[in-house]
Design a protein around this ligand. Structure first.
Ligand SMILES: Nc1ncnc2c1ncn2[C@@H]1O[C@H](COP(=O)(O)OP(=O)(O)OP(=O)(O)O)[C@@H](O)[C@H]1O
Ligand SMILES: Nc1ccn([C@@H]2O[C@H](COP(=O)(O)O)[C@@H](O)[C@H]2O)c(=O)n1
Ligand SMILES: [Mg+2]
Length: 261
């Protein structure tokens, strides 16, 4: 029986078998080409900033392996809180407490700008002059610094302290980053109290002097209050009484974040 099977005529002649091999090889080539073109197209799409904004992700989110990943494996959109208030109203002080209690990352925009002054950046001297005068640095510079910090940050809870300082800041952020903040805190404090706190701060800041503080207060009324009104209309604003002790103020902050847990 074995011999009979062996002696059966081959199913394909040798020329047909060669032809079949050629067909298989060609199909493999076509399939590989299709897969590599598709991979290339997908990569280009993923890295296209317009697509990233439209779908609310960026490359670092797509490829993140950190604990921020949700069930789907995609990194969650960060929960962004803007922290506003006049000079010395206690933004930085309360941010430190929110960080310690709720695990947020604190992006202090004034600090980001001050770092630029000492990092030999091309904008260093312009930033120094603007801070000395108590004016607002151009959004082109500030928004880039914030965007880079948010992207480099692995935490999905972010406090952006001291931003936006103007409608120009706000609109530039929304255009470049593509999303609005989730909530906005506003520490409301009387001018005399803010001036007293700034002049007692004693941290060697070049803008902690009476002339610069007066200008910063003018900037706050003229440019920052419209931003606060905007977020109030949008239902995102949490106005907090910024008077009293640090503990008393934090007692007013606590329920805002506790409710989000
Ligand atoms: N409730 C408070 N009572 C008294 N002093 C306070 C209170 N909160 C903060 N301070 C002090 O006031 C000064 C200004 O506070 P902080 O730096 O937090 O203000 P800020 O809003 O971040 O100001 P800036 O916009 O100038 O950075 C600091 O020296 C801080 O220790
Ligand atoms: N969005 C911002 C924030 C800050 N500045 C400049 O920095 C100074 C200090 O800021 P603080 O938040 O640390 O008080 C501020 O007076 C501005 O000159 C800015 O231009 N834009
Ligand atoms: Mg501050």
């Amino acid at each position: 029986m074995w011999r009979r099977v062996v002696s059966l005529p081959p199913l394909l002649s040798s020329s047909n078998s060669r032809r079949l091999n050629q067909v298989i090889q060609h199909s493999q080539f076509v399939l590989l080409r299709f897969l590599s073109v598709k991979f290339w197209r997908d990569s280009v799409t993923l890295f296209n900033p317009q697509v990233q904004v439209a779908y609310g992700f960026n490359a670092s989110q797509v490829f993140s392996t950190q604990a921020e990943e949700g069930v789907s494996g995609a990194r969650r959109k960060p929960f962004v809180t803007f922290v506003l208030g006049g000079p010395g109203s206690g933004k930085g002080t309360q941010c430190t407490r929110i960080v310690n209690t709720f695990g947020f990352t604190h992006l202090n925009v004034g600090d980001l700008l001050r770092k630029e002054i000492y990092s030999d950046s091309e904008n260093g001297s312009m930033i120094l002059d603007t801070i000395k005068e108590g004016k607002i640095v151009s959004s082109e510079v500030t928004v880039k610094l914030i965007k880079n910090s948010i992207e480099a940050n692995e935490n999905s809870r972010i406090l952006v302290d001291g931003f936006p300082r103007s409608e120009e800041n706000r609109i530039a952020y929304e255009r470049v980053v593509g999303v609005e903040p989730d909530i906005v805190l506003f520490f409301d404090c009387p001018k005399e109290e803010m001036v007293k706190r700034v002049l007692n701060r004693n941290e060697g800041r070049i803008d902690d002097n009476i002339d610069t503080v007066k200008e910063r207060l003018t900037m706050f009324s003229e440019l920052n209050l419209p931003v606060i009104k905007h977020y109030s209309k949008k239902g995102k604003l949490h106005k907090i009484d910024g008077t009293g002790t640090e503990d008393e103020i934090f007692e007013r902050v606590l329920p805002i974040f506790a409710a989000l847990r």
